[in-house]
Design a protein around this ligand. Structure first.
Ligand code: SF4
Ligand code: SF4
Length: 436
């Protein structure tokens, strides 16, 4: 039966080892969460594990369900925990349900056994690495202060040896923010990565007071660097790598131009459908809001679907739109950006209104710099052509000439769907048929 007041699907980021980790990355916002559970061993028990899987599969009204493992460091649970998880998933799966396990790791404990398990069970693995050794080891160190690069590189090679497709998760921080091409080429050419995601580090000096004042931590990326970092990589990617290397940050913006904004939660108009599950069954509003104010309840005592659908969580979700400042509401890129993640809304607008995103300047530079090629890719896709055809338009001295769109007349509406200030479809010659 259809349950109308409940969402059809939602995303749970499960932290079976809580915030426990075998590294001490200097920018990690999650290590401090230990203080929420004094004395805990930070290991998810079988009772919580069983309830988590059972409730997740029961609550979903969609055929595809993602079981997402994160941390802290989820490998600290040991492989048997995930073997048990597959048993539970099989036991509680509806006949038509297709389950996908995702697994975010720092790679330190990966070995042949782990990688063969991932391969056999189709886990989608995310590997955290910040670029070549010099850049990676600046912040990603162990408790003894030793860099972790060699061990992560070994993990990447092991994943490749076993044929496990993995996604690179790279933070952009003060150390690597002015090395975009060095970082990107390292992932593409040295690691052979096909899937990459960049995460901006934005932190207050006092992590607990992230929204209530305090200085931005020195390891954070600056807003302008965030924009120029993405722009530099985009310029290389759009000329040679579209369709071969997938950069989630670019895909998410392209989705916006295609009218599907919010394929990643940071660009969605509201929040609320991505909760975080702690090792003891506590459910929080979001991975970035694991604190006492955002504790929804415990899944051992209240069904997860009720917590996700609770008024408290709905309000949390609506707040993203309700508190967006006027500068965003009037921004020409609102339909892509939606003011980005509330955790980064740390500054004031020029008019003194609170709640502007710290990364706004960088995002605006990125959206504006990539607007024309993004629209071209969206136009190509609407015409049934691959987005990678954009690479033909971006080589040479005069990109975007109309010859690249055979069959489209100079006075025809531009295939990208762009409209002018009066809302009329733009002519091809005034849009992508003209020179950039
Ligand atoms: S708070 Fe940020 S990370 Fe959390 S759901 Fe909202 S946009 Fe996503
Ligand atoms: S680019 Fe800046 S002003 Fe525009 S929606 Fe995003 S955060 Fe708001």
């Amino acid at each position: 039966m259809m349950r109308l007041s409940y969402p059809q699907s939602f995303h749970v980021m499960a932290k079976p080892a809580g915030s426990a980790c075998n590294l001490r990355c200097e920018y990690c916002f999650f290590l401090d969460k230990k203080s929420l559970y004094p004395g805990s061993k930070f290991r998810m028990g079988d009772d919580v594990h069983r309830e988590y899987i059972r409730q997740l599969l029961d609550a979903h009204q969609t055929t595809r369900v993602t079981v997402a493992w994160q941390g802290g460091e989820p490998t600290l649970m040991g492989l048997d925990f995930y073997r048990r998880s597959l048993e539970l998933q099989e036991r509680y799966r509806k006949p038509s349900t297709v389950i996908e396990n995702t697994f975010q790791t720092n790679g330190i404990l990966l070995n042949d056994e782990w990688c063969s398990f991932f391969r056999k069970n189709n886990f989608l693995v995310g590997l955290s690495i910040d670029g070549p050794q010099r850049l990676h080891d600046r912040y990603r160190r162990d408790a003894r202060g030793n860099g972790s690069f060699d061990r992560v590189l070994k993990a990447a090679r092991l994943l490749q040896k076993h044929g496990v497709e993995f996604n690179i998760l790279s933070t952009v921080n003060r150390k690597n923010m002015d090395r975009p091409l060095e970082v990107y080429r390292f992932f593409r050419d040295v690691l052979g990565a096909r899937y990459i995601q960049f995460i901006p580090i934005v932190e207050r000096e006092d992590a607990d007071a992230i929204r209530t004042g305090g200085r931005i931590a020195g390891r954070s990326v600056s807003s302008t660097h965030w924009g120029s970092f993405l722009n530099s990589i985009f310029d290389e990617w759009v000329r040679s790598d579209v369709g071969a290397t997938f950069v989630l940050n670019f895909d998410a913006v392209l989705a916006g131009w295609l009218g599907h904004a919010g394929t990643v939660c940071i660009f969605g108009p509201t929040c609320g459908l991505g909760v975080a599950l702690e090792h003891n069954g506590d459910l929080y509003s979001c991975d970035h809001f694991v604190d006492t104010n955002h504790l929804l309840g415990n899944i051992l005592t209240t069904p997860m679907i009720e917590l996700v659908s609770s008024e408290k969580q709905r309000r949390f979700g609506r707040d993203k739109a309700d508190t967006i400042p006027r500068q965003c509401r009037e921004c020409r890129y609102l339909f892509i950006c939606n003011g980005e993640c509330p955790k980064n809304r740390l500054i004031e607008t020029a008019e003194g209104e609170a709640g502007l995103n710290y990364l706004c300047e960088g995002y605006r530079a990125f959206f504006s710099h990539t607007e024309k090629p993004m629209k071209a890719m969206a136009g190509l896709m609407r015409m049934g052509r691959p987005a990678s055809d954009v690479m033909r338009l971006t080589t040479g001295k005069k990109p975007f000439v109309h010859k690249s769109f055979p069959g489209v007349g100079r006075n025809d509406p531009c295939p990208c769907g762009a409209r002018d200030a009066a809302g009329k479809r733009m002519k091809f010659k005034k849009c992508h048929g003209g020179e950039r």
